[in-house]
Design a protein around this ligand. Sequence first.
Ligand SMILES: [Zn+2]
Ligand SMILES: [Zn+2]
Length: 688
Amino acid sequence: MKTTSNPNPSTTAFPAVFNKIQSGKLFNTNNLITSLNPESESNQIEYKNIINSISIFQTFLLEYYKYINFNSSLTFAASQQIEYLFSLLYCVSHKGGWSIMNGNNYWPLISKYFNSLQAWKLRQDYDKYLFAFEKTWNPSSKFDDDTNDKFLTGINPSLMKTVDFYRPSLLANEITSVLIHSFYDEDCIVIPEMANKFLKINIEEFSIDRLRTMTMPLQYSDKSFTLDKLLCMNSFYTEFPLKEKLPLYYEISEKLLESIHWNSSTNLLRYIPETPGLSSPLIIILKNSFFLIGGQSYTSLNGVYITLYGKCEWIGIPQAALKALVKKVRKDQGVDLYDGSWRPDEKYLLINNIEFFYTLTRSGDIFMAKSDIVYWMYSELGVICQWFMLPKNRMSQISDSYYKTKDKQHKVNFPLLAVEYMNMHLPDVDMEIFALLKKIFVESIDEGYWQGIFIKETDDIRTCSLCGKDLVWRYFRCNKCRIQKDVEGFCLSCKNSHKCSEIENVEKFSSVELEKLYMRLDKSNESHQAQYALKKVLIREPHKGCGDKILLDTTFCYVEEKFDLPKNEKQIQWGMNSPCKKKTNNVSYLDVDECYKRKGMKKQKIREAMLNPLSGPRFNYVVDMKKKEQEADLAIVEIPRSKRKTNNPLSSLVKKTNNPELSALISIDRKKELHMKNNIENKNVEER
Ligand SMILES: [Zn+2]
Ligand SMILES: [Zn+2]
């Protein structure tokens, strides 16, 4: 997963403005105006803002030199590019700090303030020179002192990966199905404001206020509640199939692009029984809680998540880092990562050297992610619509993922999906998919199943209740355990170790039908009638949604791209009066039993999870998290009490630099300043 565009050697040089600084023009009016407010050419800048910024700059200088403490690798940059570092810190603080910059992948958006220095370079410089400084100095995002003392120097900030944000350029005028399919190949991607601004879904219909007018009962902890009742609680998690509210269902269904629709002709999940949250949309409502989704059992399906209300935070662990984290969590916290009672935070992952994706979404954003990454989604109050896709052109990747985890339980019974698809489409199936599906199906039929007399099944049982493996053709059931222990059916290997005597042999279809299917698979060019006996799923018609492309409104502008630096004092909260606050992230770790009790899950599901935590059902649990004390969008740059001076903040600089232009700046009025600026500009022109 790349985080930004590739390195380009020609852009590793610092912007031209720093050459000016090095040539002795540091602190003249002209470069202060341009570097502190890059849009000054079109906007008037208030004189007092410059003074204000300089006072912060002075503090920054003092604090930064104290921080680098003669560290040779940092001192050089500090002496050569201190104003660049200041501008970078100022920009990032203004957007809420390093984590929020990464979570929204804002780096490409600030590039214009740094002579188009590339996003990866800005991030790299920030990680190297300013990350640790921010974590000790910025009151809104600093780590606690204990963490800083013990771990800060060992932390590698590049472990936090940004997720690609698709922000169409002015040149792009449409979103096509080709583009959407390219998103499926990404590990994860956010398309900001796609649902509301591009697809024109009326997300207002999904706001908490609108949803609370619904009278439908919602499940939480094995009980039914109205949303109003749930909202009185400190935290909850609940979900319902979107189909239960038809007007809401159509609001999304009719406006989605065909290529992203759960009933898309290219989505092979149409060939499994309709399962909300897997093959059809599920609405999730949560308050101060989270859910865990993804992992090997999802065989790399593509998850689609529309944030319909509120803000969500996503932490994703790629497969490569997962093993180490599972081990670490078991050792440190004594919990199984997959049981859903535990959630990592940024600090924990950084300290333990675990690579992770971090992203933030807000209402209207669509987040798409391959599900072999394990995700925690957290929201203080949010509504999300979620389903999975199995795009035809990813079938080979997905079958790889299936074979790698063949002895584990899967969310999708692939052999039965293969039967359903091939039975319906032979002989007109795409040859590449056909070969993969045929292999999956043929290999799933074990020799041992051919012996004995079997009766036809009454229910479509697809998973072994004991080991979780796929049931494809023949299986067994025990009339005693069915009633007493919820054991619906089990596979041959579980039968061999089953001690009861009341075992029945059942089959999904007869051996004659199976032989016939084999014959059709071998002569896949010949036309034969579909076998009625093999049909287990009511296949939904492909849905066109709003078509295969949408035109973009060229006048559209992202809310988040209004990225101007603050221009008046009201926008800048310098934190003069606020005491230094520590960031508090109190996640409560609860024991597993308590967690199961409160999740309100069926006993059977819990047993499945106990037996095979890797592939258990999706869990969710609630954490107590102290509300963020600061609004994310406010920059708080606190000036330490000892450094606050009542005299003119520029006086010390004036003495030090002995720059006549700077002393002039203190007493100059606006008219003179502009005059001086023009003079400098003219001089520059003449010099050229
Ligand atoms: Zn079994
Ligand atoms: Zn039994």
